[in-house]
Design a protein around this ligand. Sequence first.
Ligand code: IMP
Ligand code: MG
Length: 179
Amino acid sequence: MHKDIEKILLTEEEIKGKAKEMGEKITKDYSSKDLYIICILKGGVFFTADLVRYINLPVNLDFMDVTSYGDQTISTGEVKIVKDLDSSVVGKDVLIVEDIIDTGMTLSYLTKNLKQRGARSVEIATLLDKFERRKNHVDVKYSGFEIPNVFVVGYGLDYAEKYRNLPYIGYLKPEVYQK
Ligand code: IMP
Ligand code: MG
């Protein structure tokens, strides 16, 4: 375990098992649809990469980078698109893949935005759901794990752009924030 990590919340095996379960469900649900996966950078990369390998369909993969203004541990509200999609979503069945839903601000904005652009359907797949912190309602079709209101890092999730590469998800030691 990394020296800055206090406790592991989800192991590599648990995450992998969830990716498999979710991928198989998506395969069934989207068998007759035009699946267009949108990975939300940067955190969503890790889960997306594992998830799509369990989706047995011709997947179209695109990336989007958004930021919500705020400090490092709490997002405030406004959402800005930093990197947009490469292709049009008109008529596509969009599935947004995220690492974590916190306030729901990012995804409620994105869902509306993609519907306005003409997507046929827009659904959400997230590995983690911090449901206690929800401010904006979002319909989450695929949710991996519901977690308490504690800041987590690893498997894509960062603190000040670090720890994304940890293969597991864990809690940071409090002294790391106080540095
Ligand atoms: P929302 O708009 O508040 O739902 O913001 C979701 C985004 O906040 C995620 O994509 C993460 O980048 C970030 N975030 C929320 N909670 C955590 C956490 O516990 N660790 C790391 N990043 C987090
Ligand atoms: Mg993020």
